[in-house]
Design a protein around this ligand. Structure first.
Ligand code: FMN
Length: 190
């Protein structure tokens, strides 16, 4: 497969200065040459209504756009904060909505890589673990390493929102390379 791998990145939080969306924007600058990336603004996640199974066959435009972006991509990159030891509600809701109806799970077989950010010391590891459980049910092959867990977020970005630490940038570059390699391998095998 000589074409560029298309990655669709989403997540972040709904607040303006979201560190987790900053992280996604940093990752977008680090993609390998064989990759192109599109990012979904968190405000678009906010526009997706709460999941209601009675309405799952008549999706709102915000959800149709989200599902179309996922389907058009070869792979996904998610960046999340941790809320109360788990995945923030708006993000879980968007994932639940795009996974339905059962016969139209937009995530099916879509390779995924994950990053998390926290103002605390553990970098959102529990939010990652929780999302990784959903990846199993959604049948998404996930990149496991390196783990991108940004702790003490307030100290990690400069005033322009760029990551300060070179080692962290190297790990994100490696994560993206692993996602691109996994995606190419799965396409070759299928
Ligand atoms: C409702 C709520 C719950 C939170 N729970 C956790 C938590 O369980 N673990 C943690 O490390 N940080 C927690 N935090 C702090 C977040 O890590 C911090 O606000 C982070 O910056 C959010 O990401 P953002 O900058 O993308 O908005 C919580 C924040 C909020 C608003």
């Amino acid at each position: 497969m000589n074409k560029k791998i298309k990655i669709f990145g989403f997540g972040g939080s709904l607040r303006k200065e979201s560190y987790s969306f900053m992280l996604l924007k940093n990752a977008a600058k680090l993609v390998p040459d064989d990759v192109e990336i599109r990012l979904f603004e968190p405000s678009k996640l906010e526009a997706i209504p709460n999941f209601n199974q009675d309405k799952e066959t008549s999706p709102e435009p915000a959800l149709i756009e989200f599902k179309n972006e996922i389907k058009a991509a070869d792979a996904l990159l998610i960046s999340t904060p941790e809320y109360n030891y788990s995945v923030p509600g708006y993000l879980k809701n968007a994932i639940d909505c795009a996974s339905r109806p059962y016969t139209d799970n937009a995530f099916l077989n879509k390779p995924v890589a994950l990053m998390s950010v926290s103002s605390g010391m553990l970098g959102g590891v529990k939010a990652q673990f929780s999302l990784r459980q959903s990846f199993v049910f959604l049948q998404m092959p996930a990149v496991n390493k390196p783990e991108i867990l940004i702790s003490n977020a307030g100290e990690k970005f400069d005033s322009k929102g760029d990551l300060k630490d070179e080692k962290t940038k190297q790990l994100i570059t490696e994560l993206l390379k692993n996602l691109s390699n996994l995606t190419r391998k799965l396409k070759t095998d299928s």
